[in-house]
Design a protein around this ligand. Structure first.
Ligand code: ADP
Length: 285
């Protein structure tokens, strides 16, 4: 990012804006949006291509440019830096199906987590062998879908955090990137022993019920989406499939979440409880 000048970012933003209604953005349009002379835009674009932030492609009807994953990351990170939210980006701590998670720091060097949504990544790979027009269509929508996914997750985080559910504190969102508190702990999937499985089991099923009473069903309540913090308390770190309690299949999803935790505790901690919540236990508050 150090090698880029303000003009590069202006051109990069112009490509991003052009992609709202173009799969490939022609040079003339980039120049018009950026308000920069074509020659200078051309020069900036060749630098951006060299740094793999932008891709040049020959289309059927015309040639043009589109933003690359890395280019979109740069735009989000630069905006978060200039807002004074992010000061540094460190190691990658997680690779999810649809995101990359990094630890970072704010300008005062306090830890934080950056979650970069990457929707369409898997299907894009699968589509690679397929025909050209498919590939392009998929690529273009990636930008939009990842942004929507980040905004949705951030909104859920905010609501749940405000209601004192155990989730990481949301800090900011920009494009496809969410900034949140770093949980000092481990995903449940990596924990071999807990001091009191019965207590943890109770905490987890109570959380499922509490969410239900608030009108929500997690839908994917498993050991990968839960962490234990340094005090051994459970935290929900991810909820990609959350649905409303009014969803037609709400009861099915609720029971599936409960079964998932019961099965896991039986397998991993050799613990089985007689008691487990039923959908009828959820009375809306
Ligand atoms: P995905 O939705 O792509 O599966 P997750 O949100 O589950 O991604 O995160 C992937 C991994 O990143 C987690 O398993 C966890 O190790 C780590 N992680 C995510 N969020 C945090 C956080 N707030 N604090 C600490 N680690 C986190």
């Amino acid at each position: 990012m150090r090698y880029l000048e303000a003009q590069h970012f202006r051109v990069l933003i112009a490509v991003e804006m052009g992609m709202k209604n173009h799969e490939l953005v022609p040079l003339a349009l980039i120049s018009a949006i950026a308000g920069i002379h074509r020659g200078a835009v051309s020069k900036a674009l060749s630098d951006l291509i060299k740094h793999k932030l932008v891709i040049y492609e020959r289309g059927k009807r015309y040639d043009g440019y589109r933003i690359n994953y890395l280019g979109y990351d740069f735009l989000a990170l630069r905006a978060l830096c200039s807002r004074g939210i992010v000061g540094s980006v460190g190691n990658q701590i997680g690779v999810g199906k649809e995101s990359d998670v990094y630890v970072g720091g704010d300008p005062e060097l306090n830890d934080l987590v950056l979650k970069l949504h990457r929707l369409g990544r898997i299907s894009f790979r699968k589509l690679k062998e397929k025909r050209d027009y498919h590939k392009k269509r998929q690529y273009c929508s990636w930008l939009y879908l990842s942004r929507i996914a980040a905004l949705k997750e951030f909104t859920f985080l905010k609501v749940l955090h405000d209601k004192k559910f155990p989730v990481p504190k949301p800090i900011d969102v920009c494009r496809h990137v969410i900034v949140m508190e770093l949980i000092d702990g481990f995903p449940l999937s990596r924990i071999e022993h807990v001091p009191d499985p019965a207590q943890l089991y109770d905490q987890l099923v109570s959380l499922i019920v509490r969410l239900g009473r608030y009108g929500l069903i997690h839908g994917d309540f498993n050991e990968f989406n839960l962490m234990l913090n340094s005090k051994g308390e459970p935290m929900i770190i991810d909820f990609p499939q959350m649905v409303s309690i009014d969803h037609p299949n709400a009861e099915f999803y609720f029971n599936r979440d409960v079964i998932c935790i019961r099965d896991y505790f039986r397998r991993k901690f050799n613990y089985e409880s007689e008691e487990y919540p039923k959908f009828s236990d959820v009375e809306r508050k």
